[in-house]
Design a protein around this ligand. Sequence first.
Ligand code: WT7
Length: 653
Amino acid sequence: MSSDESTPLDNLSHEERSFAPDPAFARDAVAQATLYAEADQDRLAFWARQARELLTWETDFTDTLDWSNPPFARWFGGGKLNAAYNALDRHVEAGNGDRVAIHFEGEPGDTRAYTYAQLTEEVKKAANAFAALGVTAGDRVAVYLPMIPEAVITMLACARIGAAHSVVFGGFSADALRSRIDDAEAKLVVTADGTWRRGKPSPLKPAVDAALADGQSTVENVVVVQRNGEPVEWTEGRDAWWSDTVGTASAEHTAEAFDAEQPLYILYTSGTTGKPKGILHTTGGYLTQTAFTHRNVFDLRPETDVYWCTADIGWVTGHSYVVYGPLVNGATQVIYEGTPDTPHQGRWWELVQKYGVTILYTAPTAIRTMMKWGDDIPGQYDLSSLRVLGSVGEPINPEAWMWYRRVIGADRCPVVDTWWQTETGAIMISPLPGVTATKPGSAQVPLPGITADVVDDTGASLGDGEAGYLVLREPWPSMLRNIWGDPDRFVQTYWSRFPGMYFAGDGAKKDDDGDVWLLGRVDDVMNVSGHRLSTAEIESSLVGHPAVAEAAVVGAADETTGQAVIAFVILRGSAAEEDHDAMSETLRQHVGKDIGAIAKPRKVLIVPELPKTRSGKIMRRLLKDVAEGREVGDATTLADSTVMNQIAADFAK
Ligand code: WT7
């Protein structure tokens, strides 16, 4: 493990507490326990069985995995299927058309419910409308929408006609949206006038207008959902209201089956360099593993469960565990548009009570925030419907895990800490609630059919009790297939550090029981409230400002958000004479405008010099020490060892 990285959980991974599987899960436990043995014996046969049992194929596949050209995998070759048909039509055909697919709750309190029959009809209309705008199989559609049912409808309508969606988180800026549109060469953008945030209308369409203002993009049409009713600018010939296009389209549409490897979506994520990577996911393998994990990790019983994943569709969790996993499994779910503290801090628990939520899937940062708000807030609601609690996005510290289990789960619901990534497409390491005795803070065991391992610098497997790098030794069905338009970067980023293995970028440790503990990123990727940000991306935004000469960004441990962005900048010439507080604020706003509000540094410290080695490499490790309030570590390799004294003194002011 690189000495540059602190391992905040290291001292905690000697966990003694353990919670035996609840007997209520016994029905599935036997069957689930056999999955490990089955997959161990023949991994590919195991995945082939899952693919056939969980999905409906128009043409059965003939080749489970083609790994003849690694790391470019092809799963379920020869198979043909339609993702939207699997998520919708087949449930209606099976007689479950009246089951609620989505209970939508808007932030202002407006509600809508869609049954599977109704959702199918809406998706058919949207598919016809997008096709009428010239979108065909293989095209890309950018989606810039809030958490409203139209987001799910849009994604499934794209899938239905074989177009890949590229969802851009609504919190990202116009510039970030444009660079993603350009990279994917999107033909259509689907957006909304805006959404509701903390009781106020919050705009989206103006960012689309700004992104497309030069008229030079590949976008031909913009479809606009009316959500908050705020006035918007209009570009005749390009813009169309959802109600006029989708609303008037025919509800007859037969889904065409596509190849198992048909691109399903591109989702951009931060890497170690400035430019976000377009992670490409395809159809058959992705649907197999999202459905498998959603069913088994959450012990889903589609007839009776009410599932709620709080993630936004702008992130992979929203793709896999709001849209594809739950709908392919025929689940009933809650979708909530707004913030957890609007109009009051009990809003989530009010929703759990109102809809009788049985399975809740959320992020450690939310759990820690609610912990801070106090036990008496959830205490005011009836949470007895809950039976499984999931966590995702970053390491969950044992105390937050215990609070989640005790206060939200009445010391009765198993907590499943699920490790995975945008790139893995679906959950990879997690307990199974009926099988695994859970341990606060550990994601524990690779799922059946997944070969995760912890290795040392040379790629050799480590034993129990040792810390190193998390790798995946064999391909898995929902793995990314490529970085959009950049196969060299795909090979370089994920498959070159340890030849023959996928390197995830995370440090990990196996405890004495062989359970896996995730120790955070070992690269320059930060994790702020479960969102991935790269230091390089924020640095390049900062140096893009005319006042900045140089910038270094670190992620500093933060009690609530996991990490916080801290920037150190050297100003250019005369800018250095300006008021530092005002300049810091200007630079924070600049990053917010450039990338999005989530990327705004918590603090921008203006410094005369950055700590550099004699070869000119910035020693971020030392800056991190300062940002985390520690004694500054070994600075002897610095070209000028006094630099850090000045920075530490300024930071403490
Ligand atoms: C990175 C992936 C998976 C969907 C949300 C984030 C961290 C994720 C856990 C967990 C410890 C976790 C890793 C990973 N991470 N889940 N349960 N325990 N760390 O997806 O934006 O692609 O980020 O999130 O560092 O590499 P993402």
